[in-house]
Design a protein around this ligand. Structure first.
Ligand code: FMN
Length: 414
């Protein structure tokens, strides 16, 4: 019977344990978590979502406060189009977050940064360009583009000296999305170094509609692997979404996936950025406590715990401080929804917004508890403490469980 450790992910002549810890913004996949994956010979993601805020927390900078001060006069204005990100600040924050992580790197693995393209930041092209270029300048090993994959994104860094040596990957949820991307990128003569195929059971935003349950990862990934093979592309294809045990992972590795990307199991790791009480909510969740809904202003369905405080919360949009979801014209679906409710309750009190959420504020405050479909199985991965709470696990324990377990078993902590 095979174990994940019987397989290796190859990038050129270099080999890695084929376990990738997926990006989880905002700083849920912390540097500490990613660094553990690297130390153990795999790949860990940090995320550049709301990186100015992450920098403030990690390095005591005051980027968010400074931006709030700059745009203070606009706070009660419904028009957010004038709120721009200072590109030098964005570059500085990214350089700090990525640079400090790379400096701390020990071991044979790699650190990648997850870049969600739906963070359009009221200037989609220039902000994404700065995010990617600054990560390259700070020495990142790889960039994974996700959520809102833009067909021209590789082109934004085509002139960067590291364009051909850094690992560039994309997340897709269908063979069609991959085909479109490759067609659009053909002129750059630069293929992705890896393709992550994310199925409908993943956490975060989904590349499916509300009919997500009609799709399954094994089918989609078989189509992608066949396509890559038929076209003789030699791109590692990586499976993600709902891979909960080492045996689940082996089933994908045996059928042609080069590695697996996992996240949900690591949401209850000591190194994960979620607050301790939220980790307990993840442990406590039953299947009926999890839903896929459409409250994310990105337009993508998102999976989360139904008890997330963000759901229905009518907080005033915080674009002067954050504004990561503003499209190129200063719009965000939450602002529209909030203003509609404000018109009904002009005193601004007791506003509830049910159809959308202020994703920036809620993710920043860890009040939107996005999670994978199998979150309800997390309680089976640990033991209970004397007070009834669940024991969190070390990232090393979870990583090694994926790497060495057989027979669908899950090793409990000592
Ligand atoms: C809490 C959480 C946050 C996530 N945030 C992001 C994100 O910011 N960007 C992204 O591309 N994927 C995100 N994901 C998806 C993961 O990176 C990963 O691909 C997926 O969840 C793997 O499936 P699994 O959770 O069932 O193991 C998130 C997943 C979770 C559980």
């Amino acid at each position: 019977m095979k174990r994940v450790d019987d397989f290796r992910l190859m990038f050129g002549k270099k080999e890695y344990v084929p376990i990738i810890v997926g990006g989880m913004g905002v700083d849920i996949s912390t540097a500490e978590l990613a660094l553990e994956a690297v130390r153990l010979g795999g790949i860990g993601h940090i995320s550049d979502a709301m990186v100015n805020d992450v920098s403030d927390r990690r390095f005591d900078t005051s980027f968010v406060k400074d931006k709030t001060k700059q745009y203070k006069a606009n706070i009660n204005n419904a028009d957010k189009s004038g709120i721009k990100f200072d590109l030098d600040v964005l570059a500085d924050a990214t350089r700090r977050h990525v640079g400090a992580t790379m400096e701390a790197k020990r071991g044979d693995g790699l650190i990648f940064v997850n870049c969600m393209e739906k963070l359009t930041m009221n200037g989609p092209r220039e902000t994404l360009q700065v995010r990617m270029a600054s990560a390259l300048n700070a020495g990142i090993d790889g960039i994974t583009l996700s959520a809102g994959l833009h067909l021209g994104s590789f082109g934004l860094i085509a002139d960067h000296p590291r364009f051909r040596d850094v690992k560039l990957g994309i997340i897709v949820s269908s063979v069609r999305a991959l085909q479109l991307f490759l067609r659009k990128n053909a002129r750059l003569d630069r293929l992705p170094d890896y393709v992550i195929v994310e199925g409908p059971l993943a956490g975060g935003h989904l590349g499916f509609g509300l009919d997500w349950a009609q799709y399954d990862l094994a089918t989609i990934i078989a189509e992608v692997i066949k396509y890559v093979k038929d076209e003789q592309l030699h791109i590692p294809v990586i499976a993600a979404g709902g891979i909960f045990t080492g045996s689940d992972a082996v089933s994908f590795l045996e059928t042609g996936s080069a590695a697996v990307q996992v996240a949900t199991r690591f949401t209850v790791a000591d190194e994960c950025g979620l607050p301790a009480h939220v980790k307990q909510d993840y442990f406590l969740a039953s299947e009926s406590d999890i839903e896929v809904n459409t409250i994310s202003p990105t337009g993508y369905p998102m999976r989360m715990l139904k008890g997330s405080p963000a759901i229905g919360d009518g907080i005033r949009p915080n674009c002067e401080s954050y504004g990561y979801l503003l499209d190129g014209n200063g719009n965000c679906a939450y602002i529209t929804a909030y203003n509609r409710e404000l018109a009904l309750h002009p005193d601004g009190k007791n506003i509830a917004v049910l159809d959308k959420t202020c994703l920036c504020t809620q993710m920043r405050n860890f009040k939107l508890w996005t999670c994978g479909h199998y979150t309800y199985r997390l309680k089976d991965t640990t033991r209970r403490n004397g007070d009834g709470s669940y024991q969190t696990l070390s990232a090393e324990h979870i990583f090694r469980d994926y790497q060495f377990s057989v027979d669908n078993q899950i090793a409990l902590p000592a």
